[in-house]
Design a protein around this ligand. Structure first.
Ligand code: MG
Ligand code: MG
Length: 259
């Protein structure tokens, strides 16, 4: 069942979204050369505890994982792109780090992800794929308006991927969100405009383009969680939680200073 949220419920999701944004801003500042992923995990745990928020990841045990997950953030490095299990790894110059976070505050959830390059040794192809996921996300958000259809969001993501020449894997995509992290409605990163559910005010979605440079196939680490590009090519992931309104879409997880 797809539940449309009232303006007050959207406002409460926005509170969670602003906290998620704050944490991801902090992770971006802290992700420097020499920092261990486990230190990032512990820092985020502290922020969540101090805020009185609830991690959506802790004890999460979906069918695909080797659950339960015992971390509060997903940290995926280089060819890893989704569900990266924080582990004992020290960030190096030029690493590509994707951080994905979902938390609830007072029963309402927001989910967001960003990808950053660590240090100064950014490779142009890495900056390019990050830019592509960010542009795809913005293009998708721009069409999240009443009267448009779910397929318009998928088509917008796919169009940017095509423009950049990145293949799109469709095993994981966006989703409905609100009282829980994953609610009904799958938001594929590939699709046809004009198709699918009609978008209505109160619909809340996590939109999350993730691209890999040269393959649409993925591989799982032995940890059962971390998903990598099958050919080891680098990756990027950008995600926001948004609400369809009567007017402009509302981005509930927008970070300060983000374009
Ligand atoms: Mg996420
Ligand atoms: Mg998500």
């Amino acid at each position: 069942m797809i539940e449309l949220k009232t303006p007050d419920e959207v406002r409460r999701m926005h509170v969670a979204g602003q906290f998620v944004a704050e944490v991801l801003s902090e992770v971006g500042r802290l992700a420097e050369v020499g920092v261990n992923l486990l230190d990032l995990e512990h820092h985020v745990r502290g922020m969540i505890a101090r805020r009185g928020a609830e991690s959506c990841y802790w004890d999460y045990a979906p069918s695909f994982g080797r659950g339960p997950f015992r971390n509060v953030i997903c940290l995926s490095v280089n060819d890893a792109v989704l569900h990266g299990l924080p582990h004992d790894y020290v960030l190096r110059d030029g690493d590509v780090l994707s951080a994905d976070l979902a938390v609830g505050i007072d029963g309402w959830v927001a989910d967001s992800a960003r990808t950053v390059i660590v240090g100064d040794a950014a490779r142009e192809e890495d900056a390019r794929i990050i830019r592509a996921t960010e542009e795809a996300l913005e293009a998708a958000i721009a069409v999240a308006r009443p009267g448009n259809r779910l397929g318009d969001i998928s088509a917008a993501v796919w169009a940017v991927a095509r423009e950049y020449g990145y293949p799109v894997n469709t095993e994981f995509g966006g989703h409905g969100i609100g009282r829980t992290m994953h609610e009904d409605l799958h938001v594929p990163n590939k699709g046809r405009s004009g198709r699918g559910l009609e978008l209505r005010p109160g619909l809340t979605l996590a939109i999350e383009p993730w691209f890999t440079q040269t393959t649409d196939r993925i591989a799982y680490d032995p940890d059962g969680w971390t998903i990598r590009s099958a050919d080891g090519s680098r990756t990027a992931h950008s995600e926001h939680t948004i609400a369809v309104t009567d007017d402009e879409p509302l981005v509930l997880t927008r970070r300060d200073g983000e374009r």
